[in-house]
Unconditional design. Structure first.
Lengths: 145, 138
């Protein structure tokens, strides 16, 4: 049975994975011609654009953070995600995403959760910091005493 | 120090779309971007995160910023307001919110913040998205 109650400080995750160059190309190819986005698929092009290497597209990260939350906590609806890049994220490196609950509050008799999330590399360097708000889909109306 | 850019762009609205949400797009979106160990759990259409696919297609004018030579995506805030489903057509309205400077260890940086609102064909709000970019000089 999945966890449906969280308290302040409860951890979320961690989840470890690698965003491969193939995953990036697949992502870009959904809605763009890969030829238009060569800085994400060609090291030479990336370096010529002053990037350190092929990096993960910025718009892919929010989707990954969304997946991290919906995979780690079943049956939630995300209301908001706020994400700040501290470093560019290179492709094909190990990433560790984890979070913890920082706030629980009621609005319109619905219990809302707020969490902080970090994405780090294997050396522990923070690449992305984020904050998210979510509710459980089958949210029971709980009176505030 | 004054930031030199085309100030006419500030708070002007630029429309993009329509962006068609098709079953094929949803299928590709659900399968393509996720690490293999993750599975999609959307059961009520697709979350507003799919709007992120259209970011690079948004109509954003060149603000002619007279600084630096490299742009990085520096942050994003997204309000997930409604799900979308196949058959929807999304329209986006984008405007430049602000341009400001900061100084970090690597020197001066100029940030630009854009706000984009996505609505569907029934004018229902889907997503409110704020993107930040930073330009530096390398």
């Amino acid at each position: 049975m999945s966890q449906t109650h969280y308290a302040l400080g409860d951890p979320i995750g961690p989840l470890e994975y690698t965003i491969s160059d193939k995953a990036v190309i697949d992502f870009i190819s959904i809605n763009e011609s890969p030829e238009k986005m060569v800085r994400f698929s060609s090291s030479a092009q990336a370096i010529s654009k002053k990037f350190p290497a092929c990096i993960v597209p910025g718009n892919m990260h929010l989707i990954l953070l969304t997946e991290f939350l919906t995979k780690s906590i079943e049956n939630i609806s995300i209301e908001k995600i706020d994400m700040i890049f501290r470093h560019v994220v290179k492709q094909n490196i190990q990433l560790i995403i984890k979070g913890f609950i920082i706030n629980i509050f009621y609005a319109d008799n619905i219990k809302h959760y707020e969490c902080d999330i970090t994405m780090k590399n294997s050396e522990g360097i923070v690449l992305i910091i984020a904050n998210a708000k979510f509710i459980f889909k089958n949210n029971l109306t709980i009176p505030i005493c | 120090m004054e930031i030199i850019y085309d100030k006419n762009v500030l708070n002007s609205e630029y429309t993009s779309g329509p962006f068609s949400i098709t079953e094929d797009l949803i299928r590709k979106f659900k399968s393509a971007h996720k690490p293999s160990e993750l599975t999609c759990q959307f059961d009520e259409g697709v979350s507003a995160e799919i709007c992120n696919l259209f970011i690079s297609s948004l109509n954003k004018p060149d603000i002619k910023l007279d600084f630096g030579n490299v742009d990085f995506f520096s942050g994003q805030t997204v309000d997930f307001l409604s799900n979308v489903k196949a058959g929807d057509k999304l329209t986006a309205t984008t405007k430049l919110l602000k341009v400001y400077a900061k100084t970090g260890r690597s020197g001066k940086m100029i940030f630009t913040e854009w706000n984009t609102v996505f609505i569907n064909q029934n004018a229902k709000l889907i997503s409110n998205m704020k993107e930040s970019f930073v330009r530096i000089n390398i």
